[in-house]
Design a protein around this ligand. Structure first.
Ligand code: KIV
Ligand code: ZN
Length: 451
């Protein structure tokens, strides 16, 4: 199967920066741009140069030093904006002028106060103007998904004929649905002459929480550039999240006959850098890069994870740059995870002892929600004879070192997890607790007990 190459157009520094609380100064934008370069995006939209002196300076500075990706700047469809973008990006190794004009009747009537005919003319003229400066010109039809499809195709035809090299179809207000958007992209591919000579792009907003699904539908229908942002930041509910799109294509490569050049191991560091710079935290349950994306609290899940991470994780944390999965100890946790954590802080218990500890652990978790290592050590200290089961000091040190990677040892392999320690007998401890239990008959029982 031939896999189409999808160009990743990152708009974190333009559309993303337009979201409340996310504005960045020149130095911060430069830092992010270098990281986006390491991430391997194809295009960095560095800003909207006409908007402010600072934005102009940021685009110019990025164009001067970030040499691998295309550096784009946004312009409205007028000469002043286009010239300003050109001055900002002209120093880039690969400059792009990105021109935008709204095409829906709502925008033409209430915002621009121009007719469809005037819109057609202005679109083509702006592309011709931009082409006098730069051979790489992208044209965006703002509010495309609320534009009459007949008229939309006419505008796309006009800008293709005028020399646009990329044509972008934005779902500016996050209104479309995957099936509808896929159909729209297909219609454009079928009706516009010469569309095969330009790159068709999608740019989806998340007002209905469909930005990623709509972008993927656009790609499946023939788009070859996707516009997106780190952590999904952008106007209102944000843009399609870059990390989600990239990983959906990678994890479900059986469904998407395409690929990107993104270095996925850089996703988490990039996300962290952005929230560090903007001070805007990522929601804990955010897919791919949220704090809980590879964290497990419930006993059933922890038990599965300890046996084989494939049970509850569809990608490795390392594949997106997250150091490791974590087992969080709370009131939903089971004995299996509690036992493993005890081992990691230096203690090993037989089944009855662990049952006792588990009861006091659950009572504590009910009160304080999250049980951390120091709480656990206090609980162990209050047990009757914990000392006889304490690991030897050198083993304790190794166990504590391993405690930072609780499920790392066998991530996504088919084998059973190996302990963080050598066999218990080697260090004078009872054999592995499970095997000691006469009343313990099998995996299913272990599964029930572990929860
Ligand atoms: O959402 C939008 O329509 C835009 C354009 C500038 C591409 O951000
Ligand atoms: Zn947008």
């Amino acid at each position: 199967m031939e896999r189409a190459r999808i160009r990743v157009f990152d708009t974190t520094l333009r559309d993303g920066e337009q979201s409340p609380g996310c504005s960045m100064n020149v130095q911060e934008k430069l830092r992010m741009a270098h990281q986006l370069d390491r991430l391997g995006v194809d295009v960095i939209e560095a800003g909207f140069p006409i908007a402010s002196e600072g934005d102009f300076a940021a685009v110019q500075a990025i164009a001067a030093v970030v040499r691998r990706p295309i550096i784009a700047g946004l312009a409205r469809a007028c000469t002043l904006d286009i010239e300003r973008v050109w001055h900002a990006v002209r120093g880039a190794a690969r400059p792009r002028i990105h021109v935008v004009l709204a095409t829906s009747d709502i925008h033409l009537k209430h915002k621009l106060r121009i007719s469809r005919q005037q819109c057609l003319q202005q679109a083509a003229e702006s592309v011709r103007k931009a082409r006098t400066f730069c051979s790489d010109v992208e044209f965006s039809l703002e509010d495309a998904t609320r534009t009459d499809p007949e008229f939309l195709c006419q505008v796309v035809q006009a800008v293709v004929d005028a020399g646009a090299t990329t044509v972008n179809i934005p779902d500016t207000v996050g209104y479309t649905t995957p099936a509808e958007f896929g159909e729209l992209i297909q219609t454009i591919c079928q009706r516009v002459r010469g569309i095969e000579n330009v790159v068709l792009s999608v740019h989806c907003h998340n007002d209905l929480g469909l930005a990623v699904a709509n972008s993927l539908a656009g790609i499946a229908a023939g788009a070859r550039q996707v516009e997106c942002s780190i952590n999904g930041i952008g106007e209102r509910a944000g843009n399609a999240s870059l990390e989600e799109i990239v990983m959906a294509m990678r994890v479900r490569s059986d469904k998407f006959a395409c690929h990107t050049e993104v270095v996925t191991e850089q996703l988490y560091p990039t996300s962290q850098m952005l929230s560090d710079i903007t001070g805007v935290a990522v929601q804990p349950n955010k897919a791919i890069i949220g704090r809980n994306a590879f964290a497990h609290e419930s006993g059933i899940h922890q038990d599965g994870m300890l046996k084989n991470p494939l049970t509850y994780e569809i990608m490795t944390p390392q594949s997106v740059g997250v150091p490791d999965s974590t087992l969080v100890l709370g009131k939903h946790s089971g004995r299996h995870a509690l036992g493993r954590r005890c081992e990691q802080v230096g203690y090993q218990f037989d089944r009855r002892e662990l049952d006792d500890l588990y009861r006091s652990f659950i009572a504590l978790a009910d009160r304080i929600k999250l049980v951390e290592d120091h709480h656990l050590l206090e609980l162990i200290g209050s047990m009757k004879q914990p000392a006889q089961r304490a690991l030897a000091p050198e083993m304790k040190a190794r166990a504590l070192a391993a405690a930072t990677s609780p499920v790392a040892s066998n991530h996504h392999t088919q084998s059973h997890p190996s302990s963080a320690f050598p066999p218990a007998a080697e260090i004078g401890l009872p054999r592995v607790v499970r095997n000691m239990m006469p009343e313990h008959h099998g995996e299913q029982e272990d599964y029930l007990w572990g929860v």
